[in-house]
Design a protein around this ligand. Structure first.
Ligand code: GSF
Length: 211
């Protein structure tokens, strides 16, 4: 008889607006992996996220045996090993490092934009505690990252290599997050290559289903 554990599905703890959760969900969809999504409001007073992730953040993946994995980079790396379908991270060498650097850049853009947004809007901070210099510092990182991505993509079809990889997914999630929270940046105006990539990615069911 098969052990009972094998019948359980993975549980992803997350929110529908988190770009890091979206990255994980897109990877799940591209790799045709089954999971159960549990919505957690990490900013609410009653959140229990720290029982699974002491850092108090989503995404957090609860594997079939009950062990927790975080953060999103660790989760997607693990998921990519679960099935040979649509390999998203090259296994060795420069190609692997290149994809992971794209991911670091895209995640870093999101981190900076979240820091800027919290500085501006976090309700637990007094108006006098908000620093425009800090917001500007973070938004400069966002702008520089966009410029670097545009240049890195150039006239290629994908960010790295000749197939869809985690690099494209991570970049797509970063651009989608700017659309959601920083519409006023109008990033498309000066980034035609990224615009084209994003249009193409947006047609994939993995992106449509997680918008
Ligand atoms: C970042 C996760 C994160 O910032 C990762 O998983 O890649 N490096 C981590 N999660 C946010 C939600 S979101 O804005 O995507 C989060 O859970 N924030 C709550 C907090 O207290 O930081």
């Amino acid at each position: 008889m098969a052990p009972k554990l094998l019948h359980k599905t993975m549980k992803l703890i997350g929110s529908l607006t988190s770009p890091f959760v979206r990255k994980v969900r897109i990877v799940m969809a591209e790799k045709k992996l089954d999971y159960h999504l549990t919505i957690e409001e990490v900013w609410s007073e009653t959140t229990t996220i720290s029982e699974s992730n002491p850092l108090g953040q989503v995404p957090c993946l609860i594997m079939e045996g009950g062990e927790a994995l975080f953060d999103s980079r660790v989760i997607v790396e693990y998921l990519d090993t679960l099935s040979p379908v649509g390999k998203l991270i090259p296994s060795t060498g420069r190609e692997r490092a290149e994809v992971k650097t794209w991911e670091a850049l895209a995640d870093g853009l999101i981190d900076a934009s979240i820091l800027a947004r919290q500085e501006k809007r976090w309700p637990s901070r007094l108006e006098s505690e908000r620093s425009q210099a800090w917001i500007d510092r973070q938004m400069a990182k966002v702008q520089k990252s966009l410029v670097a991505m545009e240049k890195g993509l150039g006239d290629k079809v994908f960010c790295s290599g000749i197939h869809l990889s985690l690099a494209d997914i991570a970049v797509g999630c970063a651009l989608g997050y700017l659309d959601l929270r920083f519409e006023e940046l109008l990033w498309r105006e000066s980034h035609p290559a990224l615009t084209k990539l994003y249009e193409k990615l947006s047609l994939r069911s993995s992106f449509v289903e997680t918008l």
